[in-house]
Design a protein around this ligand. Structure first.
Ligand code: ADE
Ligand code: ZN
Length: 337
């Protein structure tokens, strides 16, 4: 495809009214920012800057998050990061995003969740005042945390009731943690009772059993990834029957080696089976993914036409935790795309 056709397709996809429901604040650092902050903090990086984002898999990747997030040790840096994430959303024509934020990765802020939320909120508020898209925060547990730590986090969130926080999430490495649905069930129940929504990483580093647990034990409104549900036909039927949406991140699944190629990626099979799917970037800067690029990748690989593209964008908006007003505006704009 020549460059002008590619550019025309990209600008059409940028104009597609859509939400993003699976991306992490932890994944929004550029390499040059990390290198600059590492120099200022006297921290040495594990690899040269040009190889910084070469990961051998999820475990390596999650370890890197601790290093990168550890550098964001001041309010100004958090404001810069959250504002920059909003800018990235606008660059892709994203109307709203649910952003996952996992306090465990940010060492400098341990024990200061309130201050940390205020700093992140300040960046997003400034961005919204400058006309950039609105954002809800999904505060995340790490799969390897204890049941007590999970309850402690939820109790803090329900005491603070910060208006930016829309959901409880859990992310991290299920392969390293084993089956943890039962461990987090109480924390998720408390979050539900406090009016928080629920989004759960599963079916990436776990197989279908992780997705079953997310639905049955954690009451997930939405599954982050969920792609390995494809290995269990009964699970695919359940997700379709109950219309539980999956926030799928194709490039992430390739880079972190969940699938060897797009041809083997199950997003199209899940969609065709009636499971609501959206496309997302996961950790856009670290994995070199853009939302427009993810839609283009699926169009190229699976021949998605405008109708399919529109229906996936529709799912992204419906599956989001945006307020009804924001959803109605985006859906109205989508109808005339
Ligand atoms: N945290 C950031 N990105 C993640 C991913 N892809 N899986 C699990 N935890 C994550
Ligand atoms: Zn993720």
């Amino acid at each position: 495809m020549n460059t002008s056709v590619q550019n025309a397709k990209a600008s059409r996809l940028k104009s597609l009214p859509k939400a993003e429901v699976h991306l992490h604040l932890e994944g929004s650092f550029g390499a040059s920012l990390i290198a600059q902050w590492a120099r200022l903090e006297g921290v040495s990086l594990p690899r040269p800057q040009e190889d910084l984002f070469k990961f051998s898999g999820l475990a390596d990747f999650l370890g890197f998050l601790d290093l990168a997030c550890g550098l964001a040790c001041t309010t100004d840096r958090l404001v810069e990061l959250s504002y920059g994430l909003s800018q990235r959303l606008a660059d892709n024509g994203t109307g709203y995003a649910d952003v996952i934020f996992n306090p465990t990765h940010w060492h400098a802020w341990h024990g200061r969740l309130g201050a940390m939320l205020e700093a992140i909120d300040a960046g997003f508020t400034q961005a919204e005042q400058d006309g950039l898209p609105s954002v809800g925060l999904c505060v995340s547990l790490l799969r390897t945390q204890s049941a007590d730590a999970a309850i402690e986090l939820v109790d803090m969130l329900t005491t603070m009731r910060h208006p930016r926080v829309v959901a409880l999430s859990v992310d991290g490495n299920e392969a390293a943690a084993g089956r943890t649905g039962p461990r987090f069930a109480d924390a998720f129940r408390r979050a539900t009772n406090a009016g928080l929504r629920r989004t759960v990483h599963a079916g990436e580093s776990s197989g279908p059993e992780g997705v079953w647990d997310a639905v049955e034990l954690l009451g997930a409104d939405r599954i982050d990834h969920g792609v390995r549900a494809i290995e269990d036909p009964a699970l695919v039927r359940m997700l379709a029957d109950r219309q539980i949406p999956l926030g799928i991140c194709p490039t992430s699944n390739l880079v972190l080696r969940v699938y060897p190629s797009m041809q083997e990626h199950p997003i199209e099979r899940l969609r065709a089976a009636g499971v609501p799917v959206s496309v997302n970037t996961d950790d856009p800067a670290l994995l070199d993914a853009s939302l427009v690029g993810e839609y283009a990748l699926c169009q190229r690989t699976f021949g998605w036409n405008d109708d399919v593209t529109r229906s996936v964008a529709h799912t992204s908006i419906e599956a989001s935790f945006a307020n009804e007003d924001t959803k109605a505006k985006l859906l109205g704009a989508l109808a005339t795309w």
